[in-house]
Design a protein around this ligand. Sequence first.
Ligand code: C5P
Length: 206
Amino acid sequence: MVIAIDGPAASGKGTLAKRLAAHYGLPHLDTGLLYRAVALTLLDAGFPLDDERAAARAAEALIADRLADPRLRERAMGEAASRISAVPAVRAALLAWQQRFAGNAVGAVLDGRDIGTVVCPDARVKLFITAAPEERARRRHRELADRGETATFDVILADIKARDARDASRATAPLKAAADAVVLDTTELDADEAFEAARAVVERAI
Ligand code: C5P
């Protein structure tokens, strides 16, 4: 069983994906980490983010070990990931990676931007998680503060809006709900309520 979860930055899709994976005993892949890891590899090697060939090489050579680096969670890395994720050769290299993960015998939960549309178009369950930008900024602000990052609410909100616009307008695999995805707006839901709503969608599909 493959569960595809897409949505914009800080919509709660990651938390939801983790909980669904634990509940159904499935492996989970946060695909944003792949793009973040490519961006970090590039920056660590001293390449500018607009070097598309270096970005493609980094994506082709990506190894799972890199996904554990705590720097991947930093705010700047989300921004950097969003920039290199518009490069078609980066997306092509990471597509193979993600499809290998999803193709294992038991199934998987993947969360990202194009899972239901491009990576796993045949997924049994497709969810598109969304929430008002202000609510997403509030959640991200709290999360970053817990990790000791000091960005203001306004900076985070501007960040989120810019990232949504870039992710939704790129030519290759833009952020959008698959035609057969169930859209779940979590603006008014806490994590438990969002989980229950998502679980109900999965239960209907299996
Ligand atoms: O989800 P997260 O914030 O970690 O993603 C970082 C960036 O990686 C996103 O803004 C998006 O540009 C890119 N991404 C993507 N496709 C995915 C997952 C993430 O383009 N499936």
